[in-house]
Write a protein that binds this ligand. Sequence first.
Ligand SMILES: Cc1cc2nc3c(=O)[nH]c(=O)nc-3n(C[C@H](O)[C@H](O)[C@H](O)COP(=O)(O)O)c2cc1C
Ligand code: SF4
Length: 455
Amino acid sequence: MTPSGLHEVLLRHADERDLTKRAEYEAVGGYRALTTALRTDPGELVESLLASGLRGRGGAGFPMGRKASFIPKPDQTPNPIYLTVNADESEPGTFKDRELMLRIPHAVIEGIVITCHAIGAETAFVYLRGEYATEFDVMAAALDEAHEAGYVGPGIAGTDTNVTIVIHRGAGAYICGEETALLESLEGKRGQPRSKPPFPAISGVYASPTLINNVETIATVPTIVGMGGEEYAKLGVENSAGTRLFSLSGNVVKGGNYELELGTPLRELIYDLGGGIPDGRALKAVIPGGSSVPVLTADEVDTALDFDAMAQAGTMLGSGAVIVIDERACMVQLGLRVAQFYMHESCGKCTPCREGTRWMVQILRKLEAGEAEQGELDLLLNVCDRILGNCLCPLGDAAAMPIASYVAKFREEYQRHIDEGGCPFGGESSLEGVVAPVDQHHAHLRGQIEVPIHA
Ligand SMILES: Cc1cc2nc3c(=O)[nH]c(=O)nc-3n(C[C@H](O)[C@H](O)[C@H](O)COP(=O)(O)O)c2cc1C
Ligand code: SF4
């Protein structure tokens, strides 16, 4: 590990070689874990995943081995077992799965085949974000190469393991990253979440047992098989084993993906690796895990990038998207922009989320325009409160949590919008005019400036 915290496990060799080519991937030991795994008892593989401490990299951080252990054994179910890889990558600020698919597609494929063997699945779906056209091409080409070499298909590597991989392209909806909406979409239906239970492990795609994991989670599996679960668990810190790819963006000099050992302080990522804030400006806030998570203030920048430290700071590691915000940003404008996104992406299936996200946008708009009355900040918090924990899927919470945190941590700035009858930035905020494109689109369609809100 370098002093900067940079620690490449998944992306090792990716700078030196073109790992999209099977021969290059094999030259650095690629597909060796698959050969080992196919000769290992599936139960042992699941044990190794449990021992590794690998937690899902998609957002919720659920231990992968535990989720795999919930899948019934092939002789315990009349239905086929499926693996679904979540490559929707829709959380704002997140762009790590695309790098994995573009640079190490064979690691994703190898991870899929090993995981299929571990859970007794013969079919895996990769649900790929619709906009990821190049990623589709790279993954499809790697899949062809893997087929040619006998790593995918019938009788893999001379064993009786058969795995078919289907890459399914989504049509572009944030909610289709939520696992049950993803399953609906995969089945050709409207992408809306299902109520749980039953959980996908019991009744997932085509009402059959289904394991759903994020691209990065699956791409880590060959490393775990190669190193052994216990060795992998030594990377990172307690309860947060291994490395993660963090997508660094916003007001930072060198944005990009950085693979770090979990437990690395946020400050190292932003300042040592990311080069700090441009032009010597001051840090104001950091969103540490994608737009759905509560914000951290500048004085919380020493928080470690691990699940527990983030929870103690009242936020989450989420999808690993670190968004840096400097002093020029108006936090009301940020709240409005984020709330607009969730309003647009709400699938409308349950009332608190469908209506609540619109209420939030309406109040935030009034605040920014200087038209809000005393008491409307508390009304905004009240709306957040009524959404939190009352929705069918986590999108509702994902909309309410960040907004409630902006008000809690920057209340004075919110209050000034009321007291001063307008935005204290006077048109100089870095987010001035940055509104959801959909808002402009709606306004255009309706021939008016504002989206009508029926409160
Ligand atoms: C609204 C919403 C969007 C989500 N989007 C994604 C996504 O784009 N990619 C992803 O891997 N997980 C996403 N998730 C999390 C998935 O529901 C699920 O937890 C994850 O795919 C499980 O994989 P993991 O355990 O490997 O993290 C989303 C969840 C919600 C509620
Ligand atoms: S919380 Fe929102 S996105 Fe989720 S089911 Fe309800 S309306 Fe749909």
